[in-house]
Design a binder for this molecule. Structure first.
Ligand SMILES: [Zn+2]
Ligand SMILES: [Zn+2]
Length: 283
């Protein structure tokens, strides 16, 4: 059995407003677990990872594993310093950050966690930490495989495909599906559609609706209309829209969810908007 837990589904910045608590105010973090996996597998270190860390400590689960970072924007790293297993002497983590021009993975993290911005620096963490940059390609970790393809965003950003037991989960929280008909865009869409084809679960950026997108083209995010139009023939079993805009309230998002389900219910086994602490079980 494979299990996915959403610990953070908000884009751009955490937003602890009362009107957002239904879908949640934590930024990107997703945990994947499986019957035969004895270590942690985490995607992104947004503020949601703080709750994940507390959960692991409370349940006395393994304090080791792999963390994949799509890119180093704040909303995908803000929880890093609040993940308690990093402060535990038994902690042992492999961080995998998509390669960024001119900076190594360690330099990026050291820059982010220098004492000007945060009281804790990397060398103060008690856990064993190894950080590697990853390029587009396929990586076999034994119990699972991760395939990375570059997404479209304001900086290099990964789309991760996790293959675990016999399930395929694609995670693309920051990815702008283009509207123009340029050769580049056409090539990208073709490659993207081949990458996601037949996935059991697709977790994808849908920060905007089409109207909002028109004001924000080139900001690196997708509108839900485009996402559904492009992926509806890809035999995706379950689709989870994520990276919700901090200015969208529960009422806005629920309305969006209802509209999508009314239009696309027959296309997917399940199509919905992700929310904090939502659990998906794939038997
Ligand atoms: Zn983001
Ligand atoms: Zn981003």
């Amino acid at each position: 059995m494979v299990k996915i837990k959403f610990w953070g589904v908000r884009g751009s910045t955490p937003c602890a407003n009362n009107e957002n608590m239904g879908f949640g105010g934590n930024t990107s973090c997703v945990q994947i677990s499986a019957t035969h996996l004895n270590e942690l597998l985490v995607l992104d270190c947004g503020t949601g990872i703080r709750n994940l860390g507390n959960d692991i400590i409370q349940k006395k689960e393994a304090l080791r594993g792999h963390i994949f970072l799509t890119h180093p924007h704040w909303d995908h790293l803000q929880g890093f310093g609040f993940f308690k297993p990093f402060y535990h002497p038994e902690g042992n983590f492999n961080l995998h950050l998509t390669s960024q021009p001119g900076l190594s993975c360690n330099e990026i993290l050291q820059g982010h966690f220098s004492n000007t911005f945060f009281p804790v620096t990397l060398d103060m963490l008690s856990a064993e930490m190894k950080c590697t940059s990853i390029e587009e390609g396929v990586y076999d970790y034994g119990d699972f495989v991760v395939e990375m393809m570059w997404g479209r965003h304001t900086i290099p950003t990964g789309i991760f495909k996790v293959i675990i037991e016999d399930k395929v989960i694609v995670y693309a929280p920051d990815n702008e599906l283009p509207h123009d008909n340029s050769e580049n865009s056409k090539t990208f869409i073709e490659k993207f559609l081949a990458f996601i084809q037949g996935a059991d679960v697709l977790i994808h950026d849908a920060q905007y609706n089409l109207e909002e997108y028109k004001q924000r083209e080139g900001w690196g995010h997708t509108n839900w209309e485009k996402l559904l139009e492009l992926t509806k023939n890809s035999q995706i079993k379950q689709l989870y829209l994520t990276h919700h805009d901090p200015d969208n309230s529960d009422v806005d998002l629920q309305k969006r969810c209802d509209q999508i389900q009314a239009e696309y219910e027959s296309v997917y086994e399940l199509v919905t908007l992700a929310r904090d602490e939502m659990v998906v079980e794939l038997p």
